[in-house]
Design a protein. Structure first.
Length: 433
């Protein structure tokens, strides 16, 4: 059978299974192993199915994923997210849209010790959303803001997506972490601007909150020492050359556990819950990684990857034209796939093409991570939107999606700026040898 036809049928089978609500990782695995068996025989296909899962779960480099997730789970269970929001409310709550800005700031702070977009959105929807609704904020806009704020979890370090991109492309993960800082801070600033504009145009959507005394404001900062210590310890150790990213993830998880226990916030019940949360999330991620690897082997033997790279490189639209087409492709894929699956499925194809066209691998990592965040809050998938809807059942999906639209608009502006001025992303990594 023609290999191009088999590759096409493999994609059709994968998307058909996803349309039937088969989990993405399993859909990719079935299509990949099945296609490999068609071309190489049943026995090689079964051998691939047996070996790939074992090699993935025993890969030392991938151990960073469950460890950073565990760090975030301990931090969440010990109340660090609540402390971040309370500090933001004390300093910003009296402004119009102050609670919204406090929520964005808390999302950014929690992302810096979490690394997961979904976990950030889920946590902050339980911490900040009830407070905004109690203050009279528009429910759909509040939920949309938290969904958008959750995307900071994969831009600000430590980011699980940056880790996977770095492993797949052999790009320095410490430089990727540094490259995400300024774009992440830009997102927070842009979201603040959106909140202020909406507050002026629709003041009834965002009432002013109570004014806190200066004493209350400074007292609120005292509780942030644990978050700052954890953040500084992990990233300071990485950039100070004290330990590797893999070691930092384990040290961060241990540090979050010790801080929570010493503060009396983590008892046996909370520790058990954090471990269960980590197991669930890590298992889902590893299943997607396994499925993507199986599908990747299938595409390799069909030579689809090489042909796709050659096709992209020789398009008569120039380097930035190819980049624009790839961004459009990510927007389309974001409507049917989550960000992890998109990264694992597409990076082996688009990364070699971008390198041949002369783009910087660290800069492209930032651009590609930004592109996949759109799929996390855009219809019809928008995993962050579904997470928030599962917590706030009375806010419909359509209202949450409508609430995300102003933030998607400024994200597109931010993406264009970062594409036009790569130095914004590359300035901090330039200080790392």
């Amino acid at each position: 059978m023609d290999r191009d036809l088999v590759a096409l049928l493999g994609f059709v089978a994968m998307f058909a299974l996803m349309a039937l609500r088969v989990p993405i990782g399993i859909a990719m695995g079935i299509a990949g192993a099945g296609g490999f068996a068609v071309l190489s025989g049943v026995k090689p296909g079964l051998n691939l199915l047996a070996n790939v899962p074992l090699s993935v779960v025993t890969d030392y480099n991938l151990s960073v994923i469950p460890m950073f997730i565990l760090m975030g789970a301990f931090a969440s269970r010990s109340g660090m997210s609540t402390e971040l929001f309370n500090a933001g409310r004390a300093w910003l709550g009296h402004l119009r849209g102050g609670l919204a800005m406090a929520s964005v700031a808390a999302c950014g702070g929690f992302a810096a010790i979490n690394g997961s977009s979904v976990a950030t959105a889920a946590t902050m929807s339980q911490v900040a959303l009830p407070e905004m609704r109690k203050a009279g904020y528009h429910p759909g806009l509040s939920a949309g803001l938290i969904a958008a704020g959750g995307t900071l979890g994969i831009m600000l370090p430590p980011s699980v997506i940056f880790v996977l991109y770095g492993i797949m492309t052999e790009t320095d993960i410490t430089k990727l972490f540094a490259a995400g800082v300024i774009p992440g801070l830009m997102a927070i600033g842009f979201y603040f601007v959106v909140v202020q504009v909406i507050g002026r145009l629709r003041p009834q959507y965002m009432p002013r909150g109570e004014v806190h005394s200066w004493r209350e404001r400074f007292v609120s900062l005292r509780s942030l020492w644990a978050t700052l210590l954890l953040f500084a310890g992990v990233l300071g150790g990485i950039y100070g050359g004290v330990f590797t990213v893999e070691e930092a993830s384990g040290i961060g998880a241990t540090g979050a556990l010790l801080i929570g226990v010493l503060r009396g916030r983590l008892g046996p019940k909370e520790i058990k819950a954090a471990l269960i949360d980590t197991l669930r999330v890590s298992s889902a991620i590893m299943m997607i990684v396994i499925g993507a690897y199986l599908f990747g082997y299938f595409l390799t033997i069909t030579q689809f990857t090489q042909k796709a790279v050659d096709f992209l490189v020789h398009l008569p639209v120039g380097a930035y034209g190819v980049l624009a087409l790839i961004m459009v492709g990510y927007f389309i894929l974001g409507a049917v796939m989550d960000e992890l699956a998109m990264i694992l499925l597409t990076v082996p194809i688009v990364f070699p093409a971008m390198m041949q066209l002369g783009f910087d691998p660290v800069w492209f990592g930032v651009i590609i991570v930004m592109a996949v965040t759109f799929g996390m809050i855009c219809p019809p998938v928008g995993i962050n939107v579904f997470v928030i809807n599962s917590i706030a059942r009375d806010i419909t999906l359509s209202r949450i999606y409508a609430g995300t639209m102003p933030f998607i608009a400024v994200d597109i502006v931010r993406l264009v700026i970062l594409c036009a001025f790569p130095a914004i992303s590359l300035w901090l990594p330039s200080f790392i040898e």
